[in-house]
Design a protein around this ligand. Structure first.
Ligand code: NAP
Length: 287
């Protein structure tokens, strides 16, 4: 008889995320072990606790989930987790700090329902945040030419350089978007815009949206008023507005939840999966 499925939640915050715990339970995990205050240093002991308790053939029923609000720290913890594995003594691990990977995957998959990503011209507003960076990377990985926008060009350039260092079929071009003229130039050729700005910050006013004549799909990931794209409703899910397909943050949220749940379930297929942005996107593609 196979062992029950255990998910070890490794959260970098002071309290483990309730959201991540609920999704884990809804993904049919038998036991959820919730750890908080996780760092790249103290995670090693937790990983050893997970891998030294079941034989290699049973370790596919133990998995790890790295979460918390600090995405950079989550990336460091994910690296430390992989370093702590010992040969076949390992288990599958997923990283979704602040929901960045599942949200970005859901946004890009929504765009892909309406547009061919290879060769697509796209603009990601606030491409410097954890979600925006992942959206820009997933689009460029699929062959899109992505304008990565920020309030400041040096910040956009730094992100574009980092993303371009990974293997891409398309490319990432930095641009500024703080003045109306810069915003217009950033959107001029694009068929897709994804607004990935901080909660409660409007990035794209209605006038700038209507001036972007090539835009076919507009996606806003900010659910907190004022919304990132003012003329989109937060619940829009492929809603047609002025000849464009629009998604709001809640409209993207359903797919994000499905991807998150499916990724947790995929952790228990083998003991060697590492689910980061690309792998989570591929799981979403298969749904
Ligand atoms: P973030 O790090 O808080 O901010 C992203 C970018 O927004 C920043 O890099 C910055 O870009 C820009 N920004 C910050 N403050 C600003 C201001 N006052 N004015 C103009 N721009 C400002 O965001 P994130 O964590 O990547 O998340 C992106 C969005 O996705 C958020 O709205 C978040 O709530 C949402 N989200 C939704 C879910 C979900 O489950 N539905 C999950 C995760 C995130 P520049 O400095 O380069 O301009």
């Amino acid at each position: 008889m196979s062992k029950p499925r255990i998910l070890v939640q490794l959260d970098t915050d002071d309290q483990p995320s309730v959201f991540d715990s609920v999704v884990a339970i809804d993904a049919d995990v038998a036991h959820l072990l919730r750890h908080h205050g996780i760092t790249p240093k103290n995670v090693v002991e937790r990983v050893h606790g997970a891998i030294f308790t079941r034989g290699p053939d049973e370790l596919r029923n133990t998995a790890l989930f790295v979460g918390g609000s600090d995405v950079e720290l989550g990336e460091q913890v994910l690296a430390a987790v992989q370093k702590a594995f010992i040969g076949p003594l390992r288990c599958s691990v997923m990283m979704d700090s602040n929901g960045a990977n599942t949200t970005a995957a859901a946004a890009v998959l929504a765009a892909a329902k309406h547009l061919e990503l290879s060769g697509l011209k796209a603009t990601v507003l606030a491409a410097t945040g954890p979600v925006g960076q992942r959206v820009a990377w997933l689009l460029a990985r699929a062959g899109a030419e992505v304008r990565a926008a920020s309030r400041t060009l040096p910040k956009a350039a730094k992100v574009a350089q980092a993303l371009s260092a990974k293997s891409l079929s398309g490319r990432v071009i930095p641009c500024a978007s703080s003045t109306p003229e810069e915003l217009q130039a950033a959107l001029a050729d694009s068929a897709l815009v994804v607004a990935a700005g901080a909660a409660g910050i409007e990035l794209l006013p209605a006038s700038a949206l209507s001036a972007a004549s090539q835009l076919k799909v507009a996606i806003d990931l900010n659910a907190v008023p004022p919304l990132g794209i003012s003329s989109i409703k937060v619940t829009d899910k492929a809603a047609e507005r002025d000849g464009r397909i629009c998604y709001g943050a809640i409209g993207i949220g359903g797919a994000k939840m499905k991807i998150h749940k499916a990724a947790i379930q995929a952790l228990f297929e083998t003991n060697d999966r590492v689910l980061d942005a690309a792998e989570i996107y591929e799981i979403g593609r298969g749904l």
